[in-house]
Ligand binder design. Structure first.
Ligand SMILES: [Zn+2]
Length: 299
């Protein structure tokens, strides 16, 4: 009987919850509804922004916003041509530069992008500045559009709830779900210090990042110089939060070197989408225009 229940649960969970990361074709488990993910992560983001020091450097902030807008527009174009228009409505982009010496950046579900000044300082002001920044932001947006947070929350939910997971899936929002979502994002105690993603998620975000950077018109090769800088800056016992996950820089760089020529060939001739503007908090969605004409093919 128990076996039957487990089998039934597994089937229903599979039906309800299995989705595919469209850019890579990988199957993933998403047990938590998008609305729960969005509301939990929005409240964590708002708490972070209350305590964070927003940069007062207007020039540096403009640099970050410009690149982030173009990556956001590329993500919207990508979601549009792949038919993920239902996801599009979940994005209300916000772009921030905060004063923090850590080498870090993140993009919350729903498009809340934060770059730390430490990351911008590391990148510096060379000719590849915007391309390297696009690699960082593309990577973070990659985690968001591939729903890695939902997948991690789902795995934790499955582990902690076991057989009662079906009830959780069906019943929707609950205090327990909210807690698990917050824990999955590593939030609550240390705002912005997101838990490391898995190696698989990191490499997938690297890949999506170079796709988005390429669609946005940046040079994807900068992902390699970025990782070299990161490695040089944070070798030793205290890796930067941004890179404190399993894949070594060497592994990431070798994967990127394999992917970049293919990504450039496939996505490099795309007419650039218009920059997605950061909406005022009252506007729901900004750019649905100009994305239809981008005739790029998603492989
Ligand atoms: Zn990452």
């Amino acid at each position: 009987m128990i076996k039957k229940i487990i089998a039934f649960t597994a089937i229903v969970v599979a039906l309800v919850a299995c989705s595919t990361v469209s850019m890579t074709g990988r199957k993933q488990l998403n047990l938590v509804s998008e609305s729960e993910i969005l509301s939990a992560s929005l409240s964590e983001y708002q708490s972070y922004m209350k305590t964070a020091k927003v940069s007062t450097d207007a020039n540096a902030t403009a640099i970050v916003k410009n690149v982030a807008q173009r990556i956001a527009a590329a993500a919207e174009a990508y979601l549009t041509v792949t038919g993920q228009t239902a996801d599009l409505q979940n994005y209300a982009w916000e772009f921030n530069l905060t004063q923090d010496k850590d080498l870090n950046a993140f993009c919350m579900p729903g498009g809340k992008i934060v770059v730390y000044s430490g990351m911008l300082n590391l990148i510096g002001n060379g000719p590849d500045r915007d391309d390297e920044l696009a690699a960082v932001i593309g990577h973070e947006v990659g985690h968001a559009i591939a729903k890695h947070g939902n997948e991690r929350a789902s795995q934790q939910m499955l582990a902690s709830m076991g057989g009662s997971v079906l009830g959780a899936v069906v019943s929707g929002a609950s205090a327990q779900t909210q807690q698990i979502v917050a824990a999955a994002y590593g939030m609550g105690t240390q705002y912005g210090a997101l838990l490391p993603f898995s190696r698989k998620h990191e490499l997938e975000a690297d890949y999506i990042g170079i796709v988005l950077a390429t669609i946005a018109g940046y040079d994807a090769d900068a992902a390699i110089t970025l990782w070299q800088k990161m490695e040089a800056a944070s070798g030793g016992a205290n890796p930067a939060p941004f890179m404190s996950t399993h894949p070594s820089s060497t592994k990431r760089i070798s994967e990127l070197q394999k992917s970049i020529p293919k990504v450039k060939a496939e996505f490099g001739n795309v007419s650039q989408p218009a920059a997605s503007s950061e909406p005022a908090t009252t506007t729901k969605k900004s750019t649905k225009t100009s994305t239809k004409s981008t005739g790029f093919k998603i492989g």
